[in-house]
Design a protein around this ligand. Structure first.
Ligand code: PEP
Length: 249
């Protein structure tokens, strides 16, 4: 039985004051009445605030939105997985579609980022998803297979220590969502790909759905057998909405 997981992705939003308020409200609201695991991926510069706002015994855990593939050294502007671990991060997003499209991150470096995260005790949340053009031309499954297989083809990746997220790019921040049935089909497809490589990992791996999840559609999506929670963008900036989504997982 996989424990559901809901992770908020705050993207490049917030201010020192707003971040402190949001973390405080969430650390009170995410309590033992919520059955799922909950994380929030905050901007790098607010990790320090998050580390101190969220107590060690809090059920709210923190993460980052990307990570360097390198350990240390002359990589101006980069943040290493070891640094994230220092700040108490549990999670790091790898290959969010905005990283793939705006920053041109490719599967090869995303696999290296996954390895860097695992080496430092972080759980990578490896994101995959098709664009609107892929979706319309019926390429969803081949695009997902390519993104997932990049990970599966690397023997060093520990498939039992990661989370996968299916986020159709056309659904991110658009108010559109894949229907629960449509998303479930892709999740089964992803789980089957993992199964070919590692049966134990396929049973264990949590596959999150992301793309305009809101309090009013969360229940139907999370009700699908292979949807193990959500990756939440816009709605994670609103404490009430985010807690309500967590209550449905
Ligand atoms: C995301 O950015 O991962 C995301 C799912 O965003 P939204 O919930 O706003 O669609």
């Amino acid at each position: 039985m996989r424990q559901p997981l809901v992770v908020g992705n705050w993207k490049m939003n917030g201010s020192l004051a707003k971040t402190g308020d949001l973390l405080h409200t969430l650390s009170v609201g995410i309590n033992d009445k919520i059955a799922c695991e909950v994380g929030v991926c905050v901007p790098f510069v607010y990790l320090n605030v998050a580390k101190f706002a969220v107590s060690d015994d809090s059920l709210l855990t923190i993460g980052a939105q990307t990570v360097s593939e390198y350990d240390a050294g002359a990589y101006t502007g980069e943040v290493s997985a070891r640094m994230l671990a220092d700040f108490g991060c549990s999670w790091v997003l790898v290959g969010h579609s905005e990283r793939r499209t705006i920053f041109n991150e490719k599967n090869k470096e995303l696999v290296k980022k996954t390895l860097a995260a695992q080496k430092n005790g972080l759980t990578p949340i490896y994101c995959v998803g098709e664009t609107e053009a892929d979706y319309k031309s019926g390429e969803t499954f081949s695009v997902i297979a390519e993104q997932i297989n990049a990970l599966l083809n690397c023997d060093e990746v520990d498939l039992t220590q990661l989370v996968l997220a299916y986020e159709p790019v056309w659904a991110i921040g658009t108010g559109l969502t894949a229907s629960p049935e449509e998303a479930q089909k892709v999740h089964v497809f992803i789980r089957d790909l993992v199964k070919v490589k590692n049966v134990e990992a396929a049973v264990k791996v949590r596959i999150l759905y992301g793309g305009s999840v809101k309090p009013d559609n969360a229940l139907a999506l999370f009700g699908q057998e292979d949807i193990d929670g959500g990756l939440i963008g816009g709605a994670s900036l609103d404490a009430k909405a985010f807690i309500s989504i967590c209550q449905k997982a």
